[in-house]
Write a protein that binds this ligand. Structure first.
Ligand code: MRU
Length: 338
């Protein structure tokens, strides 16, 4: 799905409501193939989320909201549909947030459709705002390193960390973009590089294991990442590998920015220790593209998120504003109603 008129450097859309079904760009098949999945009931949406056909915290929340619209249109049991969607993935709180928001709406399909569209539209607007706020923190001529895919593919459009990169490139603040390949599912190599090439943003792929060497070289001034769940003290769960980037960044004096909408902030979770970290099948690590890469009989441990302590975060950028050096007090100032 390509939207040339959306905004400069922003042409990709991965989640689209088509009036009677949900159309998803199948992210398992990128970059080689642009294939689409049509979901016509809430089970198909739950499966697409669990299997990573649609992924990225805001995008799975949006997809789940449309899943509830399909459930209502089909006369499904709404509580059961909501429970199945909620169980599709455990770490990104946007999924639970979107379903809670849908539960607060009258159970007729038209009202649910309006709410799902509002969730999607608000996400795009939040991303544009975060792009401006985040890019303003970055000095002209900077290099940045990002991790995973946080772009239009992972959101309603524009992206969180990739939104900051889009805005920073447009403003001439960012002149070098490095993307970590993001083993084992390769969101960086397969998705971020595809998305940036699509939008004519030059980027250089690096192995995840090259990050320390890259930061030591002085080529990057900021690491810019997204989030799946941010606790009330600012601890941040994001794609596996993020916390080691934050540790290395602090060591080399590179600044570390987390970019996420308010829907990713879980004020009911006091600290990162309580965040459930999704464990996925060992096969994702033991094989690639159907080809076994590890010796037969090898075992593997495949946690797909980790927690970066708030103390390693220089700036948390949200659509409500920037929290510098987040802690419980600074988070509460922005995210607890007076
Ligand atoms: O397993 P994924 O691909 O869903 O993980 C995605 C991430 O970790 C992203 O960094 C996060 O969801 C933010 S996307 C704007």
């Amino acid at each position: 799905m390509t939207h040339p008129a959306a905004a400069p450097h922003d042409s990709v859309r991965a989640v689209e409501w088509r009036g009677d079904h949900l159309c998803l760009l199948d992210q398992r098949r990128l970059p080689h193939e642009e294939a689409f999945i049509e979901c016509r009931d809430s089970d198909e949406v739950a499966r697409a989320i669990a299997d990573l056909a649609v992924r990225g915290a805001p995008a799975i929340g949006i997809a789940a909201a449309w899943g509830m619209v399909l459930a209502a249109r089909n006369g499904e049991d709404l509580a059961a549909a909501s429970a199945r969607l909620r169980g599709a993935r455990p770490t990104a709180v946007n999924l639970m947030w979107a379903l809670d928001r849908m539960r607060g709406v009258a159970a007729d399909a038209a009202a649910l459709e309006r709410e799902a569209q509002a969730i999607q539209d608000e996400d795009l607007a939040a991303n544009r705002r975060m792009g401006e706020l985040g890019a303003a923190l970055i000095g002209p001529g900077s290099g940045v390193l990002t991790h995973c895919n946080t772009g239009s593919l992972a959101t309603a459009g524009y992206g969180t960390a990739l939104g900051v990169i889009r805005a920073g490139v447009s403003a001439g603040r960012i002149t070098r973009v490095f993307a970590g390949e993001t083993r084992p599912w390769l969101q960086g190599a397969r998705l971020t590089m595809w998305e940036l090439q699509r939008d004519a943003i030059a980027a250089t792929l690096v192995a995840d294991s090259a990050a320390a060497h890259l930061m030591r070289s002085g080529a990057v001034q900021w690491v810019v990442v997204g989030a799946d769940r941010i606790a009330a003290n600012g601890d941040t769960a994001n794609k596996i590998g993020t916390s080691q980037l934050a540790i290395v960044a602090r060591h080399y004096g590179v600044r570390f920015m987390v970019v996420a909408p308010a829907s990713t902030i879980d004020m009911a979770m006091p600290a990162g220790d309580g965040i459930e970290i999704e464990l996925r099948a060992a096969d994702e690590l033991l094989a690639f593209g159907g080809q076994r890469t590890a010796v037969a009989g090898a075992e593997a441990w495949n946690p797909v998120f980790d927690v970066t302590p708030a103390t390693l975060i220089d700036a948390l950028v949200t659509e409500r504003g920037v929290v510098e050096r987040p802690d419980t007090g600074r988070m509460a100032a922005l995210f607890v109603a007076p």
